[in-house]
Design a protein around this ligand. Structure first.
Ligand code: ATP
Ligand code: MG
Length: 389
């Protein structure tokens, strides 16, 4: 057994050295350490909205809960495999080959589900094996289960191995190859949106290792606001020389303009949690001129339980529900004409859709490389009346 401290080497591999991160400039991930703060709703609607004007968008669901499938009603799709294809692609750094094409015109989905849960376990095992291999190579004896004990001493994998691109850049490799393939087929993507799980460190590290932009999601409660800090710190830890990852903004769901005090104190708490971090944003209409703006996105997304419930029940996005609401004939007309009433609609959907469009406009404006304005939306509910606000 050597008497010097062990030395660790981050594993390297030419696949990762050659990774061209500029291909991933338009990859944006919605993240939060807390569950249930509106990540999936935001990610799906951002992706869907971007596709409405004819852009090609890839939505990647890396949450084992697979809620993007609910948002877009994709369970019956022939390509559905509960995330197996995505799992295989990420673990082997290959292109994703079982995309659900045109879930909406122009919107392809790399769908997740229960099979993606084992991505984390597999990566942890691979890191542990590599760590132990290096220790043995240096003559260290490793602890094993002592006779009669039910536990084993587990050695913590050091940061050098934890943050090695070989482990945290698998998704980056997969996405780069998927985008390359799409380009070769003459159908390049304009935007990639990633939905992420709460509290799944290995998957989150991979998302940070692939995304150029991170959107933090939170509700007005201080627990979820505090958790935004963890996302910011994690992004800083995964950044390496080749890969740049930046917080694009923090989106607050669950506070309306009318809830002035709630919004104000949530904004103050977010300002504190983000350490007053600013975003260098291009001044509208003045290319090349930038201003420092708070990380928090000024527009917030209101709470509308009925809208969210109907959206998931129907597998439709919020603005699609709003469009349905706008186009719906009054029930008495339907009855008079002998048709069945079209079922529940949410009167709050127009307001919530408008909020999401405002948030999308602000976020995409910050991206520099991808721009979408709510005026680009091709649907019914572009005009939101004062009374619906
Ligand atoms: N603005 C809103 N108003 C009302 N309900 C909402 C709103 N946004 C989301 N919801 C609902 O709240 C629940 C959680 O939202 P969502 O799934 O988007 O959060 P999440 O952060 O992705 O959760 P998880 O961490 O479990 O993945 C869902 O049932 C969703 O339909
Ligand atoms: Mg989710």
């Amino acid at each position: 057994m050597p008497d010097q401290a062990p030395a660790y080497t981050a594993l390297s591999h030419p696949d990762f050295d050659d990774l061209d991160y500029s291909k991933l400039d338009n990859v944006v991930a919605v993240m939060a350490q807390k569950g249930g703060v509106g990540k999936t709703t935001l990610a799906s609607n951002l992706a869907g909205l971007a596709a409405t004007r004819g852009d090609r968008v890839l939505l990647v669901d890396l949450d084992p809960q697979g809620n993007v499938l609910d948002e877009l009603a994709l369970f019956e799709n022939p390509a559905y495999d509960a995330g197996w294809g995505l799992r295989e692609a990420v673990l082997h750094g290959g292109a994703i080959d079982n995309l659900i094409k045109d879930a909406r015109p122009g919107l392809d989905v790399a769908h997740g589900g229960i099979n993606t849960r084992s991505i984390s376990d597999t990566l942890v095992k691979q890191k542990q094996r590599e760590f132990e291999r290096q220790l043995r190579g240096q003559g260290f004896e490793l602890p094993g289960p002592a006779a009669g004990e039910w536990y084993d001493d587990v050695l913590d994998v050091p940061d050098e191995i934890d943050f090695s691109p070989v482990y945290h850049a698998r998704l980056a490799l997969t996405l780069a190859r998927t985008l390359e393939e799409a380009e070769k087929n003459g159908r390049p993507y304009d935007l990639v949106v990633i939905d992420s799980p709460p509290n799944e460190k290995e998957i989150q590290l991979n998302i940070m290792g692939a995304a150029r932009w991170i959107v933090g999601a939170t509700m007005p409660d201080f627990g979820s606001i505090r958790a935004v800090r963890e996302i910011i710190d994690m992004a800083a830890a995964t950044e390496d020389g080749a890969h740049q990852v930046e917080m694009l903004g923090v989106v607050l769901t669950g506070a309306t303009e009318r809830m002035r005090n709630v919004k104000r104190s949530a904004f103050d708490a977010i300002e504190a949690a983000t350490g007053g971090q600013r975003f260098k944003s291009q001044v509208p209409g003045r290319p090349g001129v930038y201003e420092d703006v708070p990380l928090i996105i000024e527009h917030t997304i209101r709470w509308s339980t009925a809208t969210a419930q109907i959206a998931r029940a129907k597998g439709k996005l919020v603005y699609e529900i709003a469009d349905e609401h706008e186009q719906r004939q009054p029930w008495y007309k339907a009855v008079r004409e002998g048709r069945k009433d079209s079922g529940p609609v949410a009167s709050g959907s127009t307001g919530m859709a408008g909020d999401i469009m405002d948030v999308a406009t602000e976020l995409f404006h910050r991206m520099h490389t991808y721009n979408f304005d709510k005026a680009d939306y091709i649907g019914v509910s572009t005009e939101i009346s004062e009374e619906q606000k």
